[in-house]
Design a protein around this ligand. Structure first.
Ligand SMILES: CC(=O)SCCNC(=O)CCNC(=O)[C@H](O)C(C)(C)COP(=O)(O)OP(=O)(O)OC[C@H]1O[C@@H](n2cnc3c(N)ncnc32)[C@H](O)[C@@H]1OP(=O)(O)O
Ligand SMILES: N[C@@H](CO)C(=O)O
Length: 261
């Protein structure tokens, strides 16, 4: 019994970690359909595994009425699972969800086949699935991966990756890094990197972009040379650290000044 209470406490605590709108424990207990759905699923799943299959289905059907969230009682769900908002979430029979996963409303963990057997996705620990996303088929979504809202994901996603779009494609971390760098430089020079329209080229931005391309090419050449020297066992003096501006935050290895509102 204590173990059950501890789990419920965890289910409540994780809402505060992942929803800035959460006000109080009383609010979570009384007004969070995702919390209700998970609680009822834990009961229906027990009935399912104990062989009371109709009862399990009936309980999950009642939960669907109450919350707008449909979780098949056969689905295996880990600890601290949070469904925010919840309406329209559908989780199939053979879905497996690890610990600390989060779903938003409208998410489907669905199948693409009419054959029995494993046909729904497996979400590893810490996966976040954005509103309206559909993950279809017996595919693995790796630990800590993020699925963008409204994506349709049909292929496995590696741990830590972010996937967006239809069909889902991975966001290239290098492209993201480069974008952050361009933004940081643009803000430092006092202009909005999103201000210039595509049909009105900005000569300053173009000049900076060309400089950045050049710096990237040099970076890559230096990396290749360092690697070759390392492989050949040739020692070289460590380069001095890159000077950082005071007060800047470092993210992804780049300096960021606070963005203007
Ligand atoms: C009431 C409520 O608030 S309910 C809460 C609803 N919120 C959600 O469902 C959150 C889901 N989160 C997302 O969709 C996020 O966009 C994430 C996690 C996929 C990506 O976030 P970040 O890693 O910060 O990526 P970032 O915003 O820098 O975008 C990277 C690229 O992906 C694109 N992108 C981001 N999200 C999506 C999406 N859902 N679909 C298509 N493209 C997307 C961006 O446009 C950008 O492309 P660009 O480099 O060509 O400009
Ligand atoms: N509940 C989350 C998403 O809507 C927030 O308020 O940010």
């Amino acid at each position: 019994m204590n173990a059950i209470i501890d789990r419920v406490k965890e289910d409540i605590a994780c809402v505060f970690e992942r929803d800035p709108a959460a006000q109080s424990v009383w609010e979570v207990i009384t007004a969070y359909p995702g919390f209700h759905a998970v609680l009822i699923h834990r009961l229906s799943h027990r009935c399912w595994t104990a062989g009371y299959r109709w009862l399990a289905r009936f309980i999950s059907h009642i939960a669907r009425w109450l919350t707008g969230i449909e979780i098949h009682p056969g689905a295996r769900i880990g600890r601290r699972f949070f469904i925010d908002h919840g309406m329209g979430v559908v989780i199939g029979e053979t879905a497996v969800i690890g610990d600390d996963c989060t779903l938003y409303h409208g998410v489907t963990l669905g199948g693409t086949s009419w054959k029995k057997g494993k046909r729904h996705p497996t979400l590893h620990d810490g996966v976040v699935v954005g509103a309206g996303a559909k993950i279809l088929g017996p595919i693995d979504i790796g630990e800590g991966a993020r699925v963008g809202s409204n994506s349709v994901v049909l292929k496995p996603v590696p741990a830590g990756a972010t996937v967006v779009g239809i069909p889902g494609h991975l966001i290239d971390p290098n492209v993201k890094k480069e974008k952050a760098e361009r933004e940081a430089i643009a803000y430092r020079m006092g202009f909005d990197p999103y201000g210039a329209k595509a049909d009105m080229p900005d000569p300053v931005a173009n000049a900076i972009n060309r400089m950045l391309d050049h710096i990237h090419a040099m970076d890559q050449q230096l990396e290749t040379m360092k690697k070759a020297l390392d492989e050949a066992g040739i020692h070289y003096p460590e380069p001095p650290p890159i000077p950082r501006l005071e007060g800047c935050e470092i993210e992804d290895g780049y300096e960021h000044e606070p963005k203007p509102d």
